[in-house]
Design a protein around this ligand. Sequence first.
Ligand SMILES: [Zn+2]
Ligand SMILES: [Zn+2]
Length: 665
Amino acid sequence: MTILRLALPTPLRRLFDYLPVPGVDCAILVPGIRVRVPFQSRRLVGILVEIVQKTDIPLRKLKKIIEIIDAEPIIDHDINKLCHFAADYYHYALGEVYAAAIPTLLRQGKDAIVKKKSILLANTMGQCTEPLTLNDDQEQAVRAVYAKKDQFQVYLLDGVTGSGKTEIYLQIMAHMLAQNKQILVLIPEISLTPQTVKRFSERFKVPVVSLHSNLSDADRLSAWVLAKSNQASIVIGTRSAIFTPFRHLGLIIVDEEHDSSFKQQDRFRYHARDLAIFRARLHNIPIVLGSATPSVESFYNAKINRYQYLSLPTRAGKAQLPDFQLIDVRQSPAEHGLSKVLLQAITKHLAAGNQVLLFLNRRGFAPVIYCPQCAWIAGCKRCDMRMVYHRKDHLLKCHHCNAKRPMPKACDLCSAPHLQILGLGTERLEQALAEYFKDIPLIRVDRDNTKRKGAMHELLQQIHDHPCAILLGTQMLAKGHHFPNVTLVGIIDADCGLFSADLRAAEQMGQLLLQVAGRAGRADKPGTVMVQTKFPKHDLLQLLIAKGYLPFVEQLLTERALSEMPPYSFLALIRAESLSQERAREFLEQVRSITISGTDDIELLGPISATIAKRKGCYSQLLLLKSKKRMHLQYYLRLLVPEIEKIPNAHHIRWVLDVDPLEVL
Ligand SMILES: [Zn+2]
Ligand SMILES: [Zn+2]
C-alpha cells in the first residue's frame, strides 16, 4: 500500500493522506515534488512530504491525486529543513510555510522555468568599480569573517552611519565569489533595492538578481530558478528571499538587521533575520548582521559572545559624526511644528546653499478633527482610531483600514459648524514651510506621494537636482538614502516613542532618531541634528544624544532585565479577533484555562484589549505567554496549540499565534 502524505496550503496544522494515481511508477515519487489534488470542492497544489504504508483514515475515504507536477523536487533538501524548522518553531502549518517559501506561479502549479532572463543583472559592460581602501576597523572586520569563512558564525557588524558597512560586505563577498560561492543579501526596504543592487552589480562581473514584492510573478519565478540553478551568484532580496534555494550558498548578509520589516506581520509570522541565522547554521556558513543601530537582542547576543562583535566606531573617510542639539519646545514654542531656534537654523543652512531635512513621522495634514462645542473627535467607524485630515483630497482617512469620508462641514454629534483642525502632519508642515521659505524648493516624501510606480525615483532625482532645498518626510526619507548635501536634520517631534508602553517603543524611537540623524553630514560637510522635544531631560533621550547608541542599548537591557522581558525571557502572543469583544475575550479565557503539565515557569498575561482595541470592525484581545527558557515556551506551545484547535467555537474566532512578537500591545 502506497500512501502519499502531503502538505497543503491551508492553515490546518496537519498533513493530508492521498492515494497515487493507479499504475504510477513509485520511483518518481520523491519528497519535495508538487502534486495536484482534490480538496473539498477545490483543487490544490500540495507538496509531497513522505510516502507511508499505513494511515488512520479508512481506505475508502482516501482520495486519489489528480496529477504529479514535477519530475524533480521543487523543495530541495535545505529548504525543506528550513521550512520544517520554521513550521515547528512558529507553530504554523507546514503547507502554509511551503506556500510562503515558493513563488506564486509554482504555488499555482506552473513549470519551474526561467520566463525572463532580463531579470538577471549582469555587469557585462566595461569596468567593475574598484574596491575602496579600508581603514583599520574595516580591515579587521573583513579579516575576522574571512578567517572563519567555511564555518557557521554569526557576526554583528555594528557601524555608525557612513562607516562603510557596504564596502565591508562587498570585500567579504569578493572572497566568497572567488570560490564560486553564492551569496544571499537580505535588505529591509523595497525602496532601497535599486541603490543596493546597483552598487553590488557594478562591483562584480557576476550575475545578480533582486527579489522583492514589486516584481511580477514571472520575474519572481525567474529569479528563483536562476538562484536554484546557480546561474545567479548574488541574490538581493527583502524578507521572503530567505526561502530562495541555492546550490552553493557561502554567505548570508542581513543589512539593517534591526529593521522591523524583516518580521512578517500577517499570516505566517516569521522573522527573516532569525531564520537566516538558522539557515547559516544549516549550511555551516558565516552570516553577517549589519546595522548602525543593532537590535537589543542582537547586541545582547554579541555581549554574551554568541555572536562575534565587529565594531566600526568612526565614519569612513573624512566625514564627521553630526552634532546633536535638543530644543525644548516649551521654552521655544513651535508654530506649525517649527520652533524659533529650528527656524533660524534652517535659514542659516539654506543661506549657505545646503539642504535641510525635516522629519515628521505622520502623513496627512492634521491628525485630529475636533468639535469645540461638544468635544467630539472624528473617528473611524470600523477602528478605534482617529481619522486623519488629508487636505489635498479634502478627505478624512483612517490610516489603519483605509476608510475615507469627506471632510465634515459640521460636527457629527451636535451639528455645530467650525470644527477645529489640530495637530501636525507632513502636508501641514509643507504648507507652513512654503510660507516661511518662498523661493526654496520643497520636496516631500511620504507614502501619499510615492504610491505611483517611479514616483520615489523622481523625488530622489529632484533631491539630487536641487543642492539647496528643504526635504521633509516620514521614515521613508530616513532609511538608507544618501543625501550628501544635507547639513541640518530637524526632528520635529521626538516624543511619540518615549512614553509608549510597548516593549520596543523606546528602542525603535532611538533607532529611528539615529537613522534620520545619519542623513546629516555624510560627505565632507559636517552636520547638525536638532531634536524638538517637550522632555529634554528624559533619561533615555539624554543618554542617546550625549553618549550614543551603545550606552542607550545598555540602559534598555538593564530595564529589560528588571522587567524580565526579551532577551531575558521569551514571548509568544495569541491574538483573538471577533466582531464581539466578549467572544474574543471568552475564547482567550478558555485558552488560558487549558492546563499543560510538565511546565511551571510559563507566565500567562491577559486576556487584555489590544492598544487599538477595534480594527476593521473586529475586536482584538491578547494573551501573552512568557518563559525564561525558550525550550519551555516551545514545549508549552507544542502541547497548547492542538488543544486550542479543539476548543468548540475556535472556528468562529480568528486567532493567530505570534512567536517572538515585535509588538505586544
Ligand atoms: Zn459637536
Ligand atoms: Zn479604520
